[in-house]
Design a protein around this ligand. Sequence first.
Ligand code: BT5
Length: 325
Amino acid sequence: MPQDPVLAALVGGDWRSGEALAAVLGVTRAAIWKSIERLRREGYEIEAEAGRGYRLLRAPDLLLPAEIARHFRPERFVGKIVHLDEVDSTNRLGIDLAREGAPEGTAVVAERQTSGRGRLGRTWESPARVNLYLSVVLRPALSPVEVPRLTLAAAVAVADAIGATTGLRPGIKWPNDVLLGGRKACGILTELEAEAERVRFVVVGIGVNLNAREEDFPPELRAKATSLAIELGRPVDRPAFAGALLGALERVYGEMLRGGFPGVRARYESWHVLPGRLVTVDGVPPVEGLVRGIDDEGALIVEAADGTRRVLSGEVTLRGVYPTD
Ligand code: BT5
């Protein structure tokens, strides 16, 4: 997404005269004034003074594309970011955009979701203006059965972004949970449209609890959900995190297209908390045993009483102590 040129010129907080801005950007002073008005409507605080020009005082705490773009230089992705104050589900909108032909890397972010989707019809709690709800359109040359590996790759991107921006040490719980202090900080929902053996598109939906406080979660979630801010004891810069995550996703996705899942497996394993734990994986019948790890196709390897089992999907419950790291 090309950054707003007026905003780009004001970032840094120095005075810029309308005349100089107009000359550098090759537009009229009236056009500069219009841009300033639009930025103000978006919540930027911009001081104007006769003889000095304009000065940026404060950027809003919103996931505005221009703010995210300051932290993300796309290479493979198209870089287009659609921002909404409210939407039913960023995945629903991402799927609609993909059907209309949105190119790879088109991203949807929202401040709030009214029907945030989890897996299997579950809901994703999406309080306003505190977290990140992001969906990205991908068009990988994969067969439908390989798509769940993208969810694992996205979990790696989230863990990488959390590690890089905060220094916290997240854990991944196979397949799609990213945990902090043993509690869920992120969920990933990958949806796809395919014809026969060919994927038409994939929408990777990522919800990350960034600045939610405990009271932002419904009571029944408080013991099992957390946010980066709760863990850090201070709020995080949401657009900076969104930019870091898009960068990490683009990188991990590129690695996966080049080397397949084996290309990201080691990174997944470096964050994975299940190896060595006793688990139950739901299913008919459920699988119980000791987790060995994952394989080159992203399946969970469980040592059960009746032999080694490869689990391709399912809900994992830990038996005994919940991991705290
Ligand atoms: C997930 O489902 O973890 C996938 C969540 C994906 C959400 C993103 S947000 C952007 C995009 N647009 C969407 O509409 N969805 C995606 P699952 O593994 O089924 O986990 C859902 C369960 O997690 C719920 O039943 C709750 O127990 C718990 N949960 C719900 N909201 C949560 C939250 N904000 N933080 C932590 N846990 C939550």
